[in-house]
Design a protein around this ligand. Structure first.
Ligand SMILES: [Zn+2]
Length: 345
């Protein structure tokens, strides 16, 4: 089954950023009962007995009461938008409750499963897991730092023997940044948080590709590193700018992420095979773990008890994988340093 492994890895990486759940129509929001509930709520400000104070608008969109500063257009728009999300949320809950009584399975609304909010957090489990991922990345990054600067010998000019130290530092910062925005995005998904989450994921994915090429081909001199990094960075910048300021195109973004993931996967896989790297087993475990994660994204299931869905489980799997990944990076630093210092002696 070894030939399958690369494909698992591909999907693992693409799930990182590319399964952006678009806000396209889903079964739930196509339901006429749900639609009429939202319409009614936006006019009356109530779903059943629950009413929202920020929904008090007359039919022409002006607030019924309130001081003059509440009449500001921006404030109005903001409140109306808030009113809409609350209406959608409570209409979804009441529809899901009715459907459950009839024995129906949960359906998606606006591209997302019906999640239970906790203290206003949309997907509390995904947020907690993103935070844990962030913690694991931080731990990995710090332990790598301690290893290369304090435990392993340094060159006479105080630089590390391992020539990829700086690159792994950037990787650590980019991945922590990515998990931070993932936590923000899962606590409240609006266009801005989605763009920030996606942009940081693309940046991370792109940078890991650059790193994969530099590490696998053992490029250590500045000119060849620039040769590899410059065109890729130019492309990544353009892509991120395109997503943010032109069009958040899910299909195109998916293709870009897939290409970035496929290429780095092939590089790591072939390199691990050819090089007989002492820590290649860890690399393969990450690949198999990624395979399991891929299955989760394929068998996308509704949230268990309204909390844990496939995506949240995927975020759970990345926790041990990230731990193992940093362990591989530390092994690589140690292995390279030992072989270099042996040569020096
Ligand atoms: Zn996520």
């Amino acid at each position: 089954m070894n030939w399958m492994a690369p494909f698992h890895w591909v999907f693992f990486l693409t799930t990182l950023c590319c399964f952006l759940r678009g806000l396209n129509a889903s079964d739930g929001d196509a339901d006429p009962l749900y639609k009429s509930c939202v319409d009614r709520c936006e006019n009356t400000g109530c779903v059943g007995t629950r009413c929202f104070h920020h929904c008090k608008f007359s039919s022409d969109g002006k607030p019924i009461d309130g001081p003059w500063y509440m009449h500001e257009p921006l404030y109005l728009r903001w409140k109306q938008w808030d009113c809409r999300t609350d209406c959608r949320y409570y209409c979804m809950l009441s529809r899901e409750e009715e459907r459950m009584k009839l024995g129906d399975k949960p359906v998606k609304y606006h591209g997302k499963w019906p999640f239970q909010r906790v203290y206003g957090i949309q997907e509390p489990v995904a947020v907690a897991l993103s935070a844990l991922n962030l913690a694991v990345q931080f731990h990995g990054w710090v332990s790598f730092f301690i290893l290369v600067y304090y435990k392993l010998p340094l060159r006479p000019n105080k630089k590390t023997y391992y020539e990829f130290t700086g690159l792994w530092h950037i990787y650590g910062i980019l991945s922590m940044n990515s998990w931070f925005w993932s936590a923000v995005f899962h606590s409240r998904d609006v266009e801005l948080t989605e763009k920030l989450d996606c942009s940081s994921a693309v940046a991370l994915l792109g940078f890991t590709l650059i790193l994969a090429i530099l590490r696998a081909f053992n490029l250590r001199d500045e000119p060849s590193r620039v040769m590899v990094a410059a065109p890729l960075m130019a492309f990544l910048t353009t892509h991120i700018l395109f997503l943010n300021f032109y069009q958040l195109n899910y299909g195109w973004n998916m293709k870009v992420c897939l290409a970035l993931a496929v290429s780095q996967l092939l590089i790591w896989a072939i390199w691990a095979g050819i090089c007989h790297h002492p820590a290649r087993l860890k690399l393969w475990v990450v690949v198999v773990g990624g395979g399991l994660a891929m299955l989760l994204e394929i068998y996308d299931f509704p949230p268990y008890m309204g909390y844990v869905d496939a995506h949240a489980l995927w975020h759970a799997i990345t926790i041990p994988l990230s731990y193992l990944w940093w362990s591989f990076i530390r092994d690589d630093a140690e292995f390279t340093t030992t072989s270099l210092t042996k040569k020096v002696k």
